[in-house]
Write a protein that binds this ligand. Sequence first.
Ligand SMILES: C[S@@+](CC[C@H](N)C(=O)[O-])C[C@H]1O[C@@H](n2cnc3c(N)ncnc32)[C@H](O)[C@@H]1O
Length: 490
Amino acid sequence: MVEGSPLKAEETKKKRMAQGKAMGIEALLRWGTEIGICDFTPSLIPPSPSFSCLGYSLFASHFPDAGGRGLGAARDLKKGELVLRVPRTALLTSDSVVRDEKIACCIKRYPHLSSTQILAVCLLAEVGKGKSSKWYPYLLQLPQYYSTLANFTDYEIKSFQLEDAIWVAEKAVKKAKSDWEEVITLMKEMQLKPQLLTLKSWLWASATVSSRTLHIPWDNAGCLCPVGDLFNYAAPDDEAIDNFNLRLMDGGYEEDTASYCFYARKKYEQGEQVLLGYGTYTNLELLEHYGFLLHNNPNEKVFIQLDTAIFRVSTWPNDSLYIQQDGIPSFALLCCLRLWATPVNRRRVIGHLIHSGNLVSVENEVMIMNWLMKNCDKILGKIPTTIEIDDELLILLDKFLNNSTCLKLVDSLSSKVEIREFFQAHGLEHEAVTWSELPVRVQKSLERWKLAVRWRLIYKKTLLRCINHCKDRICELSSQRGLLREMDQT
Ligand SMILES: C[S@@+](CC[C@H](N)C(=O)[O-])C[C@H]1O[C@@H](n2cnc3c(N)ncnc32)[C@H](O)[C@@H]1O
């Protein structure tokens, strides 16, 4: 089954079993086999007794650069190949939990609750069953902590520095709390254990649902898919976004086999991490729903404040007016600015040219590049810390997280102030401690704080790239204009 000599294949298999054990998911993989999860097409391979549902196409491992625990290619995989099948009976969905009549009866009395609230309640109900839950081996290995926005504290939220991001994070925190307040009576009626009724448990359950569910056609909340939810994320590439059929290659529920099927979205070499494209998300959206962000995110959108006069001429949705991570304004933003910079009496005449992506005139283009440059610069000037300071702070935090330094030894004054504030926010007097000496709650907070700093740094670097892009464009256009003048004179 695994390529190479049988002896080598056996060794690799043993090594991967040991990896599964080290990650604490050995029991999950064994249970997966019993419940019918498999990483091969049953018609191709005669099933032999196995202690793991993985090994033919996939193996579980730790991938520090993209998501930590994840799934790798156990052999070379072809694009479009089926790599994992999870039968419907293994999926943890609201309807599978409410088969329990007692739970169903309680939930029926709350028809106004959203499907995600119901799934989170069902998840907590299953947790409450302990060993008697059908999904016990699955529930046991779920993460204990999440860094989705709803889990951010006031200090961590403030560290985003940008108003829009702070607003989104505060909204996520409030929404989680109000969702909890709405379900608390139901959960009491269901007689869930007191520790499952707390806001902390609710935050855990709703983050599990938000970051791990997969789409199913019969429930908007989606499903929790044991083993299938071990795939980490890679942003879908242009090909997958352009082609709807290709998007389907990642995975989906298939009626004919009554199972969730996952396919290799591209060619993978043995050992490489196999990734899923959960959807196209900006970094703030990734943080909100999944609790991580990508350093290079092709779907990142940096929004800057636009004058009402600009919005007035725009026929594009507001969320299409942004700067890409490479610093280039989106097509809609560019068109919108070109139209705004056109004299009112000419807008109707040349509107169609603008909509087809044409430049109006060199003067018009220079004007909007100058406007963009000035505005990006203004925003950067107003933010409390610079790119250099954030860069330095992140290096320090990384060193601290690797236990190679204590934060007391920091030279930079700005970073020192921010670090001190962080420790004070946790009621800790001084920062002369190492990472491993910190209480777990502070370690987790520091990880979230670092995410906020990383987010704001990407935001600032994008604005800087935009400034440089505008400068280059102005130079380019000015030399074109010079050239045209010279041609006119000859
Ligand atoms: C569906 S789970 C994937 C498996 C997960 N790593 C685990 O250990 O269970 C999704 C979570 O994995 C992490 N993750 C997935 N892709 C990631 C990536 N590219 N970079 C960082 N974290 C990622 C995030 O914490 C996310 O909420």
